[in-house]
Write a protein that binds this ligand. Structure first.
Ligand code: HEC
Length: 263
């Protein structure tokens, strides 16, 4: 009987451990050719680094947003708990930099107005055809969930951003308007290298390098794809602690209840 209880407790503990570790393992296991980076948001204790998310937003806004939309993210989300941590005042200012079409007004006309915190991020192109026409026929995918839409997303996007070669290897013929990238399937991508040293001005002293930009923008994309990541991990941890404590209580209750029974 004692053995059974002990084994059950072990089984529960092992299960809990497996569940907590699987989040990290899932990120690491897929996409063998892609090197794993160190991220603040992986593992059971993962959280986002606010300053990094703010820098990542800046990289997205100043570079990627020229081609990639982010239709599911609202300006106000930038002030949500667990996110980049902008203040509501800052969000108002950030939104007001953009114009959106609203309407119809009382005369039945559409009109332009500055964006408000409740508006979604403004897309760079009017529609997918316009986006393709400006990008040699290739469609820059929307970024709302890209970090989760690609296997091993964060590591893959980092590898893609840092995976350009100036010259394709001998014997490889690049198609017109294509760039050689060893992380992209088929190695030929229509996106020109978007990042270069000092392309975005950082004011917090972080290095203005491709490596740093790539880490920052990927963290930002991960937050956008899973804005409740911190809450989920915190909850998971609390439940794990509760289950462990509860398993202990059950064990001692069982010991007590059976202590007078011959067996
Ligand atoms: C000048 C336009 C342009 C800019 C700026 C740009 N991209 Fe792209 N991006 C594209 C196009 C076009 C594609 C589609 C490429 C293809 O299918 O060959 C693409 C594809 C991608 C993909 C998808 C790759 C895949 O697996 O399908 C990712 C991820 C990506 N870009 C990340 C970024 C990031 C991060 C930035 C900002 C640092 C950025 N891009 C800036 C045009 C751009």
């Amino acid at each position: 009987m004692k053995n059974l209880a002990l084994n059950t407790a072990r089984f529960v503990a092992a299960g809990i451990l497996a569940v907590s570790l699987s989040a990290g393992a899932a990120l690491a296991s897929e996409g063998a050719a892609v090197e794993s980076q160190s991220w603040t948001f992986t593992g059971p204790f993962g959280t986002f680094d606010r300053a990094q998310l703010q820098r990542g937003y800046k990289v997205y806004k100043e570079v990627c947003a020229n081609c990639h939309s982010m239709k599911l993210v609202k300006f106000r989300n930038l002030a949500d708990p667990g996110g980049p941590g902008f203040t509501e005042e800052q969000v108002k200012v950030l939104a007001a930099e953009y114009e959106v079409t609203d309407g119809p007004n009382d005369d039945g006309d559409m009109f332009e107005r500055p964006a408000k915190p409740y508006d979604a991020f403004v897309s760079p192109f009017a529609n997918d055809n316009a986006a393709r026409a400006s990008n040699g026929g290739a469609l820059p995918p929307d970024f709302s969930v890209i970090a989760k839409a690609r296997p091993n997303g964060p590591n893959y996007i980092y590898a893609l951003l840092t995976g350009y070669e100036e010259e394709p290897p001998a014997g490889v013929e690049l198609r017109d308007g294509m760039n050689y990238n060893h992380a992209f399937t088929g190695n030929q991508i229509a996106m020109a290298p978007p990042l270069s040293e000092e392309i975005v001005e950082y004011t917090d002293g972080s290095p203005m390098t491709v490596d740093q930009y790539a880490h920052d923008v990927v963290s930002f994309l991960m937050w956008a794809a899973e804005p409740k990541l911190e809450e989920r991990k915190r909850m998971g941890l609390q439940i794990t602690i509760f289950l462990l404590a509860f398993a202990g209580l059950l064990y001692f209750t069982k010991q007590k209840l059976w202590s007078d029974v011959d067996h």
